[in-house]
Design a protein around this ligand. Sequence first.
Ligand code: ADP
Ligand code: GLC
Length: 493
Amino acid sequence: MSKLNILFVASECHPFAKTGGLADVVGALPKYLRKLGHDARVVMPRYYGVDRSKLKKFPAPLGVPMGVIGEMWCGIYEGVLPESEVPVYFVDYELFFGRESLYNDASGIGFMDNDNRFVLLSRAAMQLCKALDFRPHILHTHDWHTSAANLFLTTIYANDERFARCASVLTIHNMQYQGAFYNGLMNVLDVGWEHFNFREVEMDDKVNLLKAGITHATMISAVSPKYAREILTKEFGYGLEATMRTREGDLWGVLNGVDTDEWNPRTDRFIAPNNYDENSLENKLKIKRALQREMGLPQRDAPLIAIVSRLVKQKGIDTIAEAIHDLLKMDIQIVMLGSGEIWTHFYFGDIMKLYPKQFACRIGFDAALSHRIEAGCDLFLMPSRFEPCGLNQMYSQLYGSPPIVHGVGGLEDSVQNYDERTGEGTGFKFYGLNAKNLVNTVGWAVHTWYNEKERFRAMQKRIMRLDYGWERSAKTYEALYLEALKRANKPFS
Ligand code: ADP
Ligand code: GLC
């Protein structure tokens, strides 16, 4: 097969900027598409935290038309994804992107100009193709931040010969965040007010960027098969379920993979020299002891349960808060790493003072510590209210730490419940998110850890051998791209 030119446009990409799993996906999938022979490239913002010293600066600035605002001139830097030849283009506009955090101010409130910031990114990606003379076959956008690009492709650039062979794919990583803004944004998008209607861009008299992407993308993917079904329903559609249903036939669910260059206990640099595999789990115990010490917990032989998460309602953090006293009645230890809703920072800080021998929490974002936790814990807790895919449960499996999950979205697709009769299973799962079910299921996992050591060990070995390689998902994306080209009637050979 000939090679596809694929342009990823995204608001985050590991290792350059990350708040969650979106960055992990955008930092990995293009590498695996490249391995399949395609020319995949990434466009993202040059945030303050991106180190420019190793990047190449383009000699000429890029002009980006922004409707009533006029032309905005951006610098462009170029780098590569580590361990690959995937070019990454950074859109540099100091006033918009020169900030410490990606989306929110210190109190967690979204920046006032997020609309213009991400419309600029989306439009810059289109303009950049012209500047590079890169003729994409596939424009692949991610979440609301870049879905204006799907709209641009079918409007402003519809007759541009550089995009004559291009179809677009929108991947939905999270339906809750939609980019809904004051309708004056139409004047910045500059696609014509005729698109401000219920079938395309408008929702509750606002511009809804995710909706614009859903209605204008050639095809749509959700990050797990189960989530692809869920977003067609009221419970998970966040008001866009009816719109989603109009595109049901063009919607695929593709489970994310794991980038094993980053997440592999056999090679992970953050746990060296105690790297381990299924035959050297004694090293995992050493990491556990070191983790207990690091987190200020007694180095005892009790199950260590981990939480690494954005501390928001999506992750069931309110249910954990409700259940915490009952959980800590068991002979267990809990370590928590995360940040998010401000109340959680205070609440779990107080819990730490109440239960210093059992509960330790670190508020903040710490990639190295997150690896040590995945490796050092015995069980990984993820009772998400909804979970489009979820990566941590897969990481924890590969690190031999069975996950305890609420059976929704990608958690349902990637965790097979422990079966007490046969000993089979890849984690512990419950349905119906409430404190009682959570406590009972943690109790079940803890009981298994204490009383069924052989079976627990067998589960650890089994899950460490699971195959979450991106190779398979990249192949599915390749098929999705070819299907999109077919449906857009853009012949590719
Ligand atoms: P989401 O994208 O919804 O936050 P995922 O499970 O898909 O959930 O991905 C979360 C990613 O972010 C994982 O790579 C996880 O290790 C990482 N992560 C989340 N919180 C932290 C944190 N406080 N410190 C370090 N890494 C974190
Ligand atoms: C989102 C989702 C998460 C998913 C990630 C990567 O942040 O909340 O479930 O794993 O995107 O697709």
